[in-house]
Design a protein around this ligand. Structure first.
Ligand SMILES: O=C(O)c1ccccc1NCC(=O)[C@H](O)[C@H](O)COP(=O)(O)O
Length: 229
């Protein structure tokens, strides 16, 4: 799956784990490119009804949404994509290459069925991001490449995601510029350094929360650094 025309030679920003209409309404006008909705088991989990509402608001403001899944049944993912209109499926579990191939085929069929519902300004095809939990070594991702838009490197921790910890970013030096998503413990303290590794997208989450909700000021500080405002 090729990277689409939305991708430029700059780093974009994703805010993951949006779990309320209040949060999306607070953040929708900031220069954020992607909002993540977590369907996997998590304190940030949302159902498809809420994710559909979040996605409608995000789309109205020219942003995309990313659905986060962990080892979900392929049929469930396809159903949720159809119900919510999310733009990207983030696979945050142990999904195999064969799983990604099957999911790609099923999403292609869904696209053929629904292609009349073109999203304004966005390519209608759903993309896949595959997450690799890492510490100090890059996995071999070659076989995944035909099926994914981006690999997402997140710090391996106690939980599947949202651990708030970083990995050894020097392993990213071997990668092509703007060819991956970087996640894991990103905060105002380390976001400038993260930018030096030239990720396509920086994915922020727990470090911009106060009382278990996204904090507009903390997010805005990061937006200003990433988008050089
Ligand atoms: O954040 C969660 O609660 C979560 C739970 C289960 C699977 C994935 C999850 N998060 C996915 C993300 O993309 C996070 O942004 C990523 O793990 C980084 O989180 P953090 O270390 O808190 O910045």
């Amino acid at each position: 799956m090729a990277t689409d025309d939305f991708t430029e030679n700059t780093t974009k920003l994703k805010v993951c784990g949006i779990r309320s209409i209040t949060e999306i309404n607070e953040l929708k006008t900031l220069d954020i490119d992607y909002f993540g909705c977590i369907f996997a088991e998590s304190q940030r989990q949302v159902d498809s009804e809420l994710a559909a509402k979040i996605t409608r608001i995000a789309h109205r403001h020219g942003k995309r949404t990313v659905g986060v899944f962990v080892n979900a049944m392929i049929e469930n993912i396809v159903k949720i994509v159809e119900e919510t209109d999310i733009d990207i499926v983030q696979l945050h579990g142990d999904e195999s290459v064969e799983y990604c191939m099957e999911l790609t085929q099923k999403l292609e069929k869904l696209y053929e069925k629904n292609c009349f519902r073109k999203r304004k300004n966005f390519p209608a095809k759903t993309k896949l991001w595959k997450v690799f939990g890492v510490t100090d070594e890059l996995p071999n991702i070659a076989d995944y490449k035909p099926y994914i838009e981006y690999p997402l490197f997140d710090a391996k921790g106690e939980n599947r995601g949202g651990n708030g910890i970083v990995f050894d970013w020097d392993i990213l030096k071997k990668l092509e510029k703007h060819s991956f998503v970087l996640a894991g413990g990103l905060s105002i303290e380390n976001i400038q350094k993260a930018l030096d590794y030239k990720p396509a997208i920086l994915d922020i989450n727990s470090k911009v929360e106060v009382n278990n909700r996204k904090n507009k000021k903390l997010v805005e500080n990061i937006v200003n650094l990433v988008k050089k405002k």
